[in-house]
Design a protein around this ligand. Structure first.
Ligand code: ADP
Ligand code: ASP
Ligand code: MG
Length: 814
């Protein structure tokens, strides 16, 4: 004989019930017990309706109507008309009793546990009856059997304890004698010795099936649900979770105890001793293998088999100087909780002589606090022990696996993964069986914690980076194109899954938790909501994705001022915007420190030399113990363009105009021609070499006449260039006569930086610099005479985008 159990979703509607029938008929020669849950969602509706009634809220009648409608519509759809009337009359008579019970609660204004169990039992009683009638009408040799006649419990309504002796006898007798093939039974419900309905706890239909399976020595217990087995983590929260093919009873028990709802925790107990295999299968995909649960497995060679979590946890701590050396405090503490029927989900290792800390359900907090404070009233009054400290809104995450005990370093890996993702750990516990390690964390961090742990322990290879891109203009759009192009390569070769979750330009912003499709992001953003920097940040923060990266492709001061908010939430920042690193020194320091403190890289490689690896090289030199003595560099693509094209055959005005038109300068060309842009870049290099420097301390040997610098419109600026053409021609001739070229050079030495136009003689490293190329010479202790040289294209949207990309990959490898 075999036992099958179908959960709420599996029997939620006629379409699903038809699927159930075909599954049940798969083994026509074997006797079977088919245990069913209430139609999906009905248990909750019943409980809410009862509560409304007891609160004297008349809307309970709506709940009742909904319950009636759901059941009657299933009958009307599944059963032939000629059979409907008898079934409808039985169902209606049950619904009448239910109505009377609810009216009773309404009048008395109170719910007793006994009444609650009576009311909620109708969910399973109705579903099982209707399903059995449907089976019969389809010619299946089926019969309805009320589980309350088989399963006997004590009086602990809501979660009654089974009297196995009587129950086993009842089940054995009944199934032995029955000549039918299929027996449909309500899950969850039982009765006590007074004949009153009791229930086995939420999710208890699994348990009903296991009790029957053990009683009749079934060949197998099949749990049919809405997922294809027990997964490495809850598949609703972790998309990458995978079905575990084979798992041991103990592992399954541990996972379900820590929240894997797919199996109600007590379910394993009855079948474990008899070694009846359990298989978890998907009603909606019956061909999937599912998960087999048996005695021993070799763990598939794996240490961690699954990650689960239990929400709504509170930590209760008792501490105080009077606890040291006084025996029996823990005993009194645990006894107090136990007498009040409060179950302790977790005891932390932090329990030491002067502090005890336990995890309990949020629902029990009030009672537990009152009880413990009362029990230690004497000590609290004398200040020997402090009143109980309560922390709420917590969740336990647990790693589970039989083989974990023989492996060191798992907890270290677990905690460093959580730490790296800024998940604060409130308490830690390791099960005595060493089959689990659990951590108590904030409720709001659950999704991130599960996904990062899953990535660490099950996806070993693929790391997901979640990008939030602000600025999708020139550079930003190139960047998105590059990601799209490289996505497959990065996944396959670098094991990086890069997704853009949010993006914004100055008008609109959009978010897609599954990743924005980069093939038509322009249309997506055009249909987005109104851009708002504060809301953008708030959204990134509430999404709370692991490995989040904020990418700033703007040149906005306001955006740069938001970086601390991102870093403080462990969101990395990658930027080509120079403002943050070249403004106030304290702000730059603060950003560097926040990055360190919150484990969130702050990278800005493109601030100097676009895609050239200048800052990264500098960092590596310093990290390896080298010291920078001098930096010499040509860092302005725009000024290079201007001086490479300027001669006595053209005017300075025309060349600058051309540079502006071809996009080599900022829209306001004075930013480049005044040397400010170069000052910012040498400032950043000086700071990155370990110097405290501000922009005002940099000497700027400006070559533009004061008048040109002080113009306040582009028009006036260009007019002043025409006026001073003679001066520019003189600069050119003087260089040419010396066989030199004009280059705008930045230099840093002995703590001082300066920028200015220089005549560079033939043979110098700078002489042959083409187009908009940049060059940097690092003179260091290790490179005293022959500097380390980095040279190449130092401007342009494409190379800047690729520099940002490189920073993202650095974070991926972090
Ligand atoms: P049923 O109504 O069939 O008893 P449940 O809702 O009680 O179904 O249990 C199935 C649900 O358990 C899944 O839909 C899934 O959301 C949840 N779940 C939590 N953890 C896990 C896990 N590790 N593996 C599979 N499912 C899980
Ligand atoms: N219907 C009950 C519940 O929702 C029992 C079950 O489905 O297992 O808790
Ligand atoms: Mg369930």
């Amino acid at each position: 004989m075999k036992v099958l159990k179908f959960g709420g979703t599996s029997v939620a509607n006629p379409e699903n019930i038809i699927k159930v029938k075909s599954i049940v008929q798969r083994s026509p020669d074997e006797k079977s017990a088919v245990v069913v849950s209430a139609f999906g969602g009905i248990t909750d509706v019943l409980l809410n309706t009862l509560e409304q009634a007891a609160n004297q809220d008349l809307s309970y009648q709506k709940g009742l109507e909904e319950i009636e409608k759901r059941h009657i519509s299933v009958i009307k759809e599944l059963l032939p008309v000629q059979r409907q009337s008898t079934i409808l009359s039985k169902v209606k008579s049950d619904l009448n009793i239910l109505e009377t019970l609810l009216e009773g609660a309404f009048l008395i204004g109170e719910i007793t546990p006994k009444l609650s169990d009576k009311v909620v039992s109708y969910g399973e009683l109705l579903s099982s009856f209707i399903i059995s009638e449907f089976f019969k009408s389809e010619g299946v040799d089926a019969i309805f059997k009320d589980s309350r006649e088989l399963i006997l419990t004590d009086n602990a309504y809501g979660k009654a304890a089974v009297n196995f002796k009587v129950t086993n006898q009842n089940c054995g007798d009944y199934f032995n004698e029955s000549k039918h093939q299929i027996h449909v039974l309500p899950g969850f419900v039982a009765s006590n010795s007074d004949g009153n309905s009791t229930t086995l706890g939420r999710g208890g239909s699994d348990y009903t099936a296991a009790i029957i399976a053990a009683a009749v020595n079934a060949s197998i217990l099949e749990i049919w649900t809405d997922v294809s087995g027990m997964y490495t983590a809850n598949p609703k929260l972790v998309k990458q979770a995978k079905c575990v093919a084979h798992i041991s009873y103990e592992e399954a028990m541990e996972l379900s105890h820590f929240g894997a709802k797919v199996l109600y925790p007590p379910t394993i107990q009855p079948v474990l001793g008899k070694e009846i295999p359990i298989v978890i299968k998907n009603t909606f995909s019956p061909e999937d293998e599912g998960t087999l649960i048996t005695k021993n497995t070799n763990g598939g060679g794996k240490t961690v088999r699954g990650i689960s979590h239990v929400g709504n946890i509170s930590l209760l701590s008792l501490e105080g100087p009077g606890m040291i050396g006084i025996p029996g405090i823990s005993k009194r503490f645990f006894e107090t909780l136990s007498v009040d029927g409060i179950s302790v989900v977790l005891i932390t290792q932090a329990s030491s002589e002067h502090s005890i800390c336990v995890g309990i359900s949020d629902d029990d907090v009030k009672r537990a606090t009152a009880a413990v404070n009362e029990a230690f009233e004497y000590e609290i009054a004398r200040k020997k022990i402090n009143p109980v400290i309560v922390e709420q809104d917590l969740t336990i995450v647990a790693l589970v696996g039989d083989n974990m005990k023989s492996h060191q370093g798992l907890s270290g890996k677990m905690f460093s993964t959580l730490g790296r993702n800024n998940v604060n750990i409130r308490a830690i516990a390791q099960g005595a069986s060493e089959r689990n390690i659990s951590a108590v964390i904030k409720k709001t961090d659950v999704k991130k914690a599960l996904n990062s742990l899953h990535e660490e322990f099950f996806e070993e290879n693929i790391k997901q980076l979640n990008l939030f891109v602000m600025g999708v203009g020139n550079v930003g759009s190139k960047f998105l194109t590059q990601i799209l192009q490289q996505q497959t390569y990065l996944k396959e070769e670098l094991k990086l899954n890069i997704r853009v979750i949010g993006m914004s330009n100055s008008r609109n912003m959009v978010f897609d938790e599954n990743g924005i499709n980069l093939k038509d992001w322009e249309t997506t953003i055009a249909g987005g909501e109104k851009a708002d920097k504060v809301k953008f940040f708030e959204k990134v923060k509430t999404l709370n994705f692991r490995n989040s990266v904020f990418v700033d492709n703007t040149a906005s001061k306001e955006v740069a001022q938001g970086y601390p908010d991102y870093l403080k939430n462990s969101i990395s920042v990658v930027t080509c915007n120079k403002i943050a690193c070249s403004s106030d020194y304290d702000f730059y320091r603060e950003l560097k420190q926040l990055a360190k403190k919150y484990n969130a890289p702050f990278l800005f490689e493109t601030n100097v030399g676009a895609g050239l690896p200048i800052i990264d090289t500098l960092k590596n030199l310093i990290a390896s113990g080298d010291k920078v003595k001098k930096i010499q560099a040509v860092l302005s693509g725009s000024l290079n363009f201007v001086f490479n094209n300027f001669n006595d055959q053209v005017t300075f005005h025309d060349i600058v105009k051309q540079a502006q038109e071809e996009g080599y300068t900022e829209p306001d060309p004075t930013i480049d021609l005044s040397g400010i842009d170069v000052m910012r870049k040498i400032l950043i290099l000086a700071r990155e070499s370990g110097n405290k420097l501000d922009i005002e301390q940099i000497e700027n040997d400006a070559f533009l006449p004061k008048e040109s610098l002080e113009t306040n419109s582009n028009e006036a600026f260009f007019a002043s260039l025409v006026k001073h053409e003679d001066g520019f021609q003189e600069m050119y001739k003087s260089a040419r006569d010396e066989d030199s070229k004009l280059k705008y050079v930045a230099q840093f030495e002995n703590g001082k930086a300066k920028v200015g136009l220089q005549q560079i003689p033939k043979g110098h490293d700078f002489y042959n610099l083409e187009g908009s190329d940049n060059i940097v010479l690092f003179f260091t202790e290790r490179y005293p005479n022959q500097p380390m040289i980095i040279k190449g294209a130092g401007a342009g949207a494409d190379v800047t985008a690729s520099g940002i990309f490189a920073d993202i990959i650095r974070i991926g490898n972090f």
